[in-house]
Write a protein that binds this ligand. Structure first.
Ligand code: BMA
Length: 330
């Protein structure tokens, strides 16, 4: 079998085969949600969270809404990527000299390994919504780095390797509230400090309405022989508020500023009770994916209804084939 995903084998990836009769290339875990209400004493809800394989097990950075309502970030570990030991306290951020550098709030983290270091991006407060950036080498000390971009911005997602000797960051310029607009942009940096050459990557809209209000990058892009596979959320405005679904886009491998294919229809939209009923109804918000290069299995972690952590699966070859046959015209 030719390997489509370029990366490591992950034989212990959580997985369930596609159920009979499932019409699309993405299906939900039958045991969803994997994290429910009040999972730890200091958080009422844990969702929109990020996980990574580390040394045969798994590490995660979790968005936790504290019992005063303020979102922050927790760290957790798991042997199977399903049952998580989280907390009990929020991540204790320091600066590069080890002095305390607490965050004001933090949400929607992404977690990525680049050159044997682990980086975290999240929605941070820098006099308004901004992109936070931090790193850890041992999962004990978490160091904040300079905010890569000016406010207002959210959904910062790093690529897992340099391209043409530059780090790459996706972002979604916004306002400081429940932003009613938004396209995805791409920026580059030689050193993770100085960011520039900002370019527009892709816009909201398309033929359908599911991504008509705004879009934002989801999990860390997956390197494949066909290009970078990126799941992203798309938002539709209804008379009862926003609805968050997700789709996928394939970006050129050497020039990720170029879109090759983009799903015309959503891959997953809120349908299950844990997606349609909760703190914020009708939200499916992907923040992480892990994959097995040997088999093309991909597990997608998404927040459901701003309350639960849920899991969906897809297989790289099937998904890429689907994307080529069901792409937006652009
Ligand atoms: C976005 C972010 C997400 C959240 C979504 C739906 O603006 O705040 O964390 O899941 O809204 O409420």
């Amino acid at each position: 079998m030719t390997k489509t995903i370029i990366g490591k084998a992950l034989p212990n990836i959580p997985w369930e085969p596609k159920p009979a009769g499932c019409p699309g290339p993405v299906w939900r875990f039958s045991q969803n949600p994997i994290i429910g209400w009040n999972p730890i004493s200091k958080a009422a809800r844990i969702y929109n969270s990020a996980v990574l394989p580390v040394d045969g097990e798994f590490a995660g950075v979790f968005r936790g809404d504290q019992k005063n309502g303020r979102a922050t970030l927790f760290f957790g570990r798991s042997k199977d990527a399903l049952k998580w030991e989280i907390g009990p306290d929020p991540i204790n951020w320091v600066d590069e000299k080890g002095n305390p550098k607490p965050i004001s709030y933090g949400y929607d983290p992404r977690f990525v390994e680049i050159e044997n270091r682990y980086y975290i991006t999240w929605c941070d407060d820098m006099h308004g919504a901004s992109i936070g950036l931090g790193k850890t080498e041992d999962f004990k000390t978490f160091v904040r780095l300079p905010n890569p971009l000016m406010p207002f911005n959210r959904n910062g997602v790093l690529f897992p390797r340099k391209i043409k000797d530059k780090y790459l960051l996706l972002s979604r310029p916004s306002d400081s509230g429940h932003t009613p607009f938004g396209d995805i942009f791409i920026s580059e940096s030689p050193d993770m400090v100085h960011w520039g050459n900002h370019q527009w990557l892709m816009g909201k809209g398309g033929q359908g309405w599911w991504q008509g209000t705004k879009i934002g990058a989801g999990p860390v892009p997956i390197e494949t022989t066909e290009g970078w596979l990126l799941f992203y959320h798309g938002v539709s405005g209804t008379c009862n508020g926003f609805v968050y679904s997700f789709g996928a886009v394939l970006l050129d491998i050497d020039n990720p500023g170029k879109v090759l294919y983009r799903t015309r229809d959503y891959l997953l939209t809120p349908e299950k009770d844990y997606e349609t009923v909760g703190f914020v109804p009708n939200v499916a918000f992907p923040c992480a994916n892990i994959c097995d290069a040997d088999t093309g299995k991909i597990a997608i972690y998404y927040g459901a209804a701003d309350t639960y952590t849920a899991l969906a699966f897809t297989q790289a070859d099937e998904l890429l084939d689907y994307m080529k046959k069901n792409s937006e015209d652009f």
